[in-house]
Design a binder for this molecule. Structure first.
Ligand code: HEM
Ligand SMILES: *[C@@H]1O[C@H](CO)[C@@H](O)[C@H](O)[C@H]1NC(C)=O
Ligand SMILES: *[C@@H]1O[C@H](CO)[C@@H](O)[C@H](O)[C@H]1NC(C)=O
Length: 221
């Protein structure tokens, strides 16, 4: 016959034999009656940790299911969103590196051992994932290895390959440059690297300020 726990508790309120050994062995703790043990077992405490365990288990299961169904994605094909989010997390823990213009120029895609970097508004991104666009022969290779902020605004990819945006209407700068600043900052495969500075050895202490150089120097190309 199957007994419910309730029945078991009622049927055996104190069926244990009285403890005779109480004198020989010092009573550390009074032995619990069956009823008490059953009572305790019924009081399962459900804590935050258990909740986290369940959420974690469900997450792992969902990812596995996604992988079996989609074949190539753990997040139901939403990899872009998750990568973007992950990039944001990574950025907050990435120690920025500081490069001067001469060093940044090495990262133009010519040296296959190096990643491809570009800078916009003095913030450097790794755009290696866009090698077909920024690498040698790519349609936008002139953006690689330098800060051509001005050209992102004017579209003059011959004369305006410089960071110097002086002389352009402030509102236009914010709008046009802001668009591309935002594009790179929120891209899912391009990642934050650091800042373009005049002197990398002093960079940790000084803010990445634009260098006060003479008028926008047209790039001789
Ligand atoms: C101010 C003018 C422009 C700027 C600053 C600009 C900038 C850019 C940049 C930075 C990319 C690369 C995006 C990436 O990394 O995925 C790009 C891609 C592209 N742009 Fe432009 N662009 C401009 C004008 C134009 C115009 C006028 C056209 C049309 C003829 C055009 C056609 C394209 C195409 C087709 C791509 C995609 C290339 C690819 O994915 O392989 N762009 N643009
Ligand atoms: C990249 O930079 C190197 C060294 O500065 C230079 O020799 C090379 O021509 C550049 N390549 C492109 C595609 O601009
Ligand atoms: C460029 O960076 C400066 C700070 O260095 C910031 O004040 C400005 O808003 C940025 N411009 C754009 C278009 O994001």
């Amino acid at each position: 016959m199957v007994q419910t726990r309730q029945q078991a508790r009622e049927a055996t309120p104190d069926s244990r034999p009285a403890v005779p050994s109480e004198k020989t062995t010092p009573p550390r703790q009074r032995k619990k009656s069956n009823a008490e043990i059953l009572e305790e077992e019924d009081h399962v405490s459900f804590g935050v940790l258990d909740l986290l365990r369940i959420i974690g288990g469900v997450a792992v299961f969902t990812c596995m299911l996604s992988y079996f169904i989609m074949g190539d994605s753990y997040v139901w094909g939403q990899d872009k969103i998750f990568r973007k989010y992950w990039n944001g997390v990574k950025r907050t823990f990435t120690k920025p590196i500081y490069l001067d213009e001469a060093t940044l120029a090495l990262y133009n895609g010519t040296d296959l051992a190096l990643p491809i970097y570009l800078s916009i508004n003095r913030t450097i991104y790794d755009v290696s994932e866009g090698r077909n666009k920024y690498g040698p022969g790519g349609g936008y290779s002139f953006f690689a290895g330098r800060d051509a902020s001005r050209a992102y605004i004017t579209g003059d990819f011959k004369n305006d390959l410089t960071w110097d945006v002086s002389g352009i209407d402030e509102e236009r700068v914010q709008k046009a440059l802001g668009h591309w600043v935002n594009f790179f900052a929120s891209h899912d495969t391009y990642t934050f690297v650091g800042y373009l500075v005049r002197d990398p050895t002093k960079a940790q202490t000084e803010a990445p300020e634009p260098e006060p150089e003479p008028e926008h120097k047209p790039d001789e190309l």
